[in-house]
Ligand binder design. Structure first.
Ligand SMILES: [Zn+2]
Length: 256
């Protein structure tokens, strides 16, 4: 996953998505120290363990998150802890603390540079992204990743968010929650590919329901049908796709 340290001038800085592992947090702290930066604020793009739990390694920093962050975290905490204990045996997620500053739809932060924080629901209900307008940078959290994941979000909301981003994209580079930094055409195409996958996913599941196929059969619709290589997201693509099929089935069958 990607973590971003933003200098705000006068030795202050804001860290977007503190890392999950203590050695990574130590390395970021050392990097900030080397640059003469105090990490005064953490901005957590959403309440998933890999983006939020690293706050434990920066106990002095004030935490900024969406106003829905805490409720969402409490709803998924057990499930998220179980997931990470399976994929990262031996790692126990640290305890989260309640954020200090809550963002609604939009917030501006102005020091030596300007930041705009926006609510971008879809991957999760509490998604935030950070824009640096002068630098042409969008720090997107998991709103833009190589293969969208909507297991604890909403396909319709993510499509609405992504279409909105694509519509006002003017060449900004995107720092996704996972993968690599995307610049120029690559950034535009990543958003377009995410949208196309979600639209095709919904169509495929809707069609299967109309044809009377059952849930188990629908959950076997292969990722290859969507032209996405299985090696995407460090081999997690097949798991992500199955989670998305479950979400699509729930949304389209009325939760049956
Ligand atoms: Zn996430």
């Amino acid at each position: 996953m990607l973590t971003t340290l933003i200098s705000l001038g006068d030795g202050r800085s804001l860290l977007v998505d503190p890392p999950l592992f203590p050695d990574e947090a130590r390395a970021i702290q050392d990097f900030a120290d080397g640059k003469g930066l105090r990490i005064e604020w953490l901005l957590v793009t959403h309440a998933h363990g890999d983006h939020a739990c690293g706050m434990a390694y920066f106990p002095e920093a004030s935490v900024i998150a969406h106003e829905g962050f805490w409720t969402f975290w409490k709803a998924i905490e057990l499930q998220d802890r179980r997931f990470f204990s399976q994929v990262l045996p031996g790692i126990e997620l640290p305890i989260l603390r309640h954020p200090n500053f809550l963002v609604g739809d939009r917030m501006s932060i102005s020091f030596a540079r300007d930041l705009i924080v926006r609510h971008v629901p879809g991957h999760s209900p509490d998604g935030l992204m950070v824009e640096l307008p002068e630098e042409g940078l969008w720090i997107a959290g998991d709103t833009v990743i190589p293969l969208p994941l909507v297991s604890s979000g909403s396909i319709g909301e993510l499509l609405h968010t992504l279409r909105g981003l694509l519509g006002r994209w003017r060449g900004e580079s995107i720092i996704p929650g996972h993968g690599k930094v995307l610049s120029g055409e690559e950034a535009r195409k990543a958003m377009e590919d995410n949208i196309n996958y979600l639209v095709s996913l919904r169509e495929a599941v809707a069609e299967a329901i109309v044809r009377g196929k059952g849930r188990d059969e629908i959950l076997r619709i292969p990722l290859a049908d969507f032209g996405i290589p299985g090696a995407t997201m460090a081999g997690l693509a097949a798991w992500i796709h199955r989670e998305n099929l479950k979400r699509a089935y729930e949304e389209l069958s009325g939760g049956a």
